[in-house]
Design a protein around this ligand. Structure first.
Ligand code: AGP
Length: 606
């Protein structure tokens, strides 16, 4: 996720900004930059790569300054290149800004501004803001920013400076975090608390649609219309290290809790008037003539593909195969010209997934990539790409990337159903509305955290577990088992509930915990008969079940309840208790939760 750091005061802005950006490096980025006021001009330096690369390019002659802004960029629009790094300027260099978020209507605004004579140098949505502010600038930066923002759709955390007003930073926030650090005679603006915490623990936390004029001795906060907003100073209780995790003990738990926001960002702008809008993909004709879809990925991404397959077959009535990339690449696939490969990869750099992608392309089959990293190998080599907007995922164990991959799979299934006409408009409207509400559902499920933590404490010493489910629940069981085994080192096996009696039942003995997923209303009776089988052999059954099905789950030893959601979308909710359970099992067993042994965040070797 991008990082913002700004300074206005009586000291030298440059070291403060660089230090602040270094505290935000953990968020992940692909380029960085800085802009400072000196001698009537704003000097800008920005570079693809690491912060250290940008700093070394500053050299000795870089001017001192009392005003500046800096940025670490996580690309969402425009590949990681120097020209796309922030800060961005207007045509004359009078106005310079940094931005986190996504300007949804940037293309329309960009076209209008070009027609009005503005010259663009980058492919970013952010640069549009600089020219829009320039368009409305009539001597007051504050007023120009207010006016420009009234035309902007999307999310932003924004810091703007001007060479004509070198005593202030204008800041604004909508759907992307921004804080203001307070010190005597100097102020800081940043996207996250760690950037300022070594200088001050006194901060203002901007809320959505709040606007600030920041000078060395004062901070004026209003809403976007200019009405004053009363702000309490938040005294940060964390030490700098835990602040990177926003007070959570591990990145994994922080990222589990970031899922509602990640879902909102991934779905934002992709459902309009009750229908999915993927027009930019330009794949409608391909969908109408679609042969078979091959969904290929590794690990958690593969498990997201299992859900995607069920959703696409159910809604779009297109045949889908799923396979793990390391196996797929050695098959003699019976390709047909109208087939499509969908690769899913959080990092976009997984070697096996890339190899499978290249195999499809060698056979002249179109590839659609679903990835979290703009400009990644998978994104560059596929014919089409859909980005998840989960933000950087630091923990090795994937959580928010998985749930946003599910969201994209559902969007794709709905879009294909729309194009093929296999679902009515009412069905599409209902499902897309329910999908938009899943962030709230996840927030509700996260309220069960303490109960799940207590379950983990009780079973922390087990050495073997089973995860059972049918249909969508089986796909989620696969992900739950992977989460538990990869961070707690407990043997965990997922099995199709109906398959147990064909062998694995022999492993069930007294006290073995079985986590049973029960979210498919039409399959609950069958799953319950499997639960009776394992109960009869002494298993302890922990049911993750929808509240409307709990009557049927009375025989289970424990119940973690889910809101009554559409069974098709249930995986987004059902996976959360399994993530939390795995997290606490690992914590109670003293494992290195964020960096489990033997594993890497991105497996770039075969
Ligand atoms: C999941 O928790 C693991 N970190 C791992 O299985 C991961 O999902 C897999 O390596 C695929 O990574 P990718 O999504 O970056 O391709």
């Amino acid at each position: 996720m991008c990082g913002i750091m700004g300074y206005v005061g009586r000291g030298n802005a440059v070291p403060v900004i660089i230090d602040g950006l270094s505290k935000l490096e953990y968020r992940g980025y692909d380029s960085s930059g800085i802009a400072v006021y000196n001698g009537g001009e704003i000097h800008v330096n920005k570079k693809k790569g690491r912060l250290a690369d940008m700093v070394s390019a500053l050299g000795e002659k870089w001017p001192e300054s009392n005003l500046g802004i800096g940025h670490t960029r996580w690309a969402t629009h425009g590949v990681p290149e120097d020209r796309n790094a922030h800060p961005h300027s207007d045509c004359s260099g009078r106005i310079v800004l940094v931005h986190n978020g996504i300007i949804e209507n940037y293309a329309v605004l960009r076209r209008e501004l070009i027609l009005e004579g503005h010259d663009f140098v980058s492919e970013t949505d952010t640069e549009v803001l600089a020219h829009l502010i320039e368009k409305y600038y009539q001597g007051s930066l504050e007023q120009a920013v207010r006016k420009a923002l009234s035309y902007v759709q999307g999310s932003f955390a924004l810091a703007v400076i001007s060479r004509d007003e070198p005593d202030r930073i204008i800041a604004a926030r909508r759907d992307s975090p921004l804080i203001i650090g307070l010190n005597e005679g100097e102020k800081y603006v940043a996207s996250d608390i760690p950037a300022v915490l070594e200088r001050t623990a006194d901060v203002y936390i901007l809320e959505d649609n709040e606007f600030a004029v920041i000078t060395p001795d004062a901070v004026k906060i209003t809403d976007f219309s200019g009405n004053p907003v009363k702000k309490e100073i938040f005294k940060v209780p964390w030490d700098p290290v835990s602040a990177e995790k926003a007070g959570y003990d591990h990145f994994m738990l922080k990222e589990i809790h970031e899922q509602p926001e990640a879902l909102r960002k991934t779905l934002r702008g992709r459902i309009k008037d009750g229908a999915v809008d993927f027009a930019e993909l330009q794949i409608d004709d391909a969908i109408k003539n679609m042969g078979k879809i091959y969904i290929v990925a590794c690990g958690t991404a593969y498990h997201a593909g299992l859900v995607g397959r069920l959703a696409i077959e159910k809604l779009a009535r297109i045949p889908v195969e799923t396979d793990i990339a390391s196996e797929f690449r050695y098959r003699d696939v019976l390709w047909a010209p109208n087939d499509l490969m969908i690769v899913i990869s959080q990092s976009g750099e997984t070697a096996d997934t890339l190899a499978a992608l290249r195999e499809a392309r060698r056979n002249k089959v179109k590839v659609l990539a679903v990835t979290n990293v703009v400009g990644s190998s998978v994104a560059r080599e596929a014919d089409r790409v859909i980005y998840t907007h989960a933000g950087p995922e630091i923990a090795v164990a994937s959580t928010k990337a998985y749930s946003t991959q599910l969201a994209v799979m559902y969007l794709l299934a709905l879009y294909m159903a729309q194009v093929k006409g296999t679902c009515s408009n009412d069905e599409i409207l209902r499902l897309s509305s329910e999908l938009l509400y899943m962030d709230t559902i996840v927030e509700q499920v996260l309220k069960e955290q303490e109960k799940i933590k207590e379950l983990a404490w009780r079973y922390r010493e087990v050495e073997s577990t089973f995860f059972l489910g049918r249909g969508f629940d089986y796909a989620v069981a696969m992900e739950g088992a992977l989460k538990l085994k990869e961070i707690s080192y407990i043997h965990a096996e997922a099995y199709a509930a109906g398959e147990l009696k064909h062998g694995p039942l022999a492993l069930i003995e007294n006290g073995v915990p079985v986590l049973a997923l029960i979210s498919q209303d039409n399959l609950v009776e069958k799953t319950m008969s499997n639960i009776k089988e394992v109960k009869a052999r002494g298993a302890v059954v922990i049911a993750v079940c929808k509240e409307n099905l709990q009557e049927a789950c009375q025989e289970c030893d424990e119940q973690v309840l889910l809101p009554d959601v559409n069974p098709i979308l249930a995986p987004i909710a059902a996976v959360v208790p399994l993530q939390v359970f795995a997290y606490y099992m690992a914590v109670f067993r003293g494992a290195d939760v964020d960096k489990p042994r033997n594993l890497a965040k991105s497996v770039t070797v075969e």
